[in-house]
Design a protein around this ligand. Structure first.
Ligand SMILES: NC(=O)c1ccc[n+]([C@@H]2O[C@H](COP(=O)([O-])OP(=O)(O)OC[C@H]3O[C@@H](n4cnc5c(N)ncnc54)[C@H](OP(=O)(O)O)[C@@H]3O)[C@@H](O)[C@H]2O)c1
Length: 249
């Protein structure tokens, strides 16, 4: 019997090769969801899919670069081919190469805009036609505490994560006729590979020390994703902003 509103659902997860996406795939599949895993590192998502399937879960791995709209469409189409529908689109892929504007790391700005904003839009574009047809669905888009606050070094990252919140709120209003839920999750510090891509040595060091000290483990996030899915369909949890209790910012 479906008691958790997760069992039997088909969940597409971008950025499933590490950190928050990887942990959430395991968590949701243990609660009975079928998961379609997307990321660029094929070997990582294939090995995760194998692990999940070996525990009687249901998972497929589809190599996906979220900056390529055809690849995101292929990820969602593959989920529907394999599992028959798409219930949740978890637009989780993202990166955070923090730096001061004056460092002019323009390639990193482009990358954040492409992955953190366009990647989310491509995920919406890929799943929305199916959800409209089904008259049900759920978008979960990942912002950040940095989508609420800006600090030196976070300017472009914060801009992209603010954009995710704006896009999600506009989407929420527009898709109400189709019975589609829209949730923003804005995490504080969680220990993942996110800081590895900071190319400014000083900023990376400071952040690693801080997150190493106060950061949560990814299961905190996975449980909150599950919470937003598991509630009754008529209740749309619009945003969850969470931090480690010890995080001041
Ligand atoms: N950890 C935190 O403290 C924290 C706080 C607030 C918000 N967030 C957000 O949480 C999300 C997950 O991050 P994380 O902390 O789990 O970091 P992570 O361990 O570095 O994971 C990032 C994921 O995004 C994927 N990704 C990056 N570029 C991609 C691309 N072009 N196409 C497809 N996938 C791509 C990576 O996969 P591949 O490299 O294999 O493609 C990886 O699976 C991000 O949106 C991040 O901004 C994290």
């Amino acid at each position: 019997m479906n008691t958790n509103n997760i069992e039997g659902k088909v969940v597409v997860i971008t950025g499933a090769s590490s950190g928050l996406g990887e942990e959430t795939a395991r968590h949701l599949s243990a609660k009975g969801a079928s998961v379609a895993l997307g990321a660029r590192r094929t070997e990582r998502i294939e090995s995760l899919a194998k692990e999940i399937n070996s525990k009687d879960g249901k998972a497929i791995a589809v190599t996906t670069d979220v900056t390529q709209r055809d690849q995101v469409k292929n990820l969602v189409d593959s989920a529907v081919d394999e599992f028959g529908r798409v219930d949740v689109m978890l637009n989780n892929a993202g990166l955070m190469p923090l730096s001061q504007i004056e460092s002019l790391k323009i390639d990193e700005w482009d990358q954040m805009i492409d992955v953190n904003i366009k990647g989310v839009l491509y995920g919406i574009a890929a799943a929305l036609p199916y959800m409209k047809e089904q008259k049900s669905g759920h978008f979960i888009n990942i912002s950040s505490v940095a989508g609420h606050k800006t600090f030196p070094g976070s300017t472009v990252y914060s801009a992209t994560k603010s954009a995710v919140r704006v896009i999600s709120e506009g989407l929420r209003q527009e898709v109400t006729p189709y019975n589609i839920r829209t949730t923003i999750i804005s995490p504080g510090a969680v220990k993942t590979e996110l800081l590895e891509h900071i190319s400014d040595d000083d900023i990376q060091k400071t952040n690693k020390e801080y997150v190493g000290e106060v950061g949560l483990t990814p299961d905190a996030y996975a449980r909150l994703v599950a919470f937003t899915i598991s509630g009754p369909e008529e209740v749309d949890i619009n945003e969850i902003l969470f931090r480690p209790t010890a995080q001041e910012l």
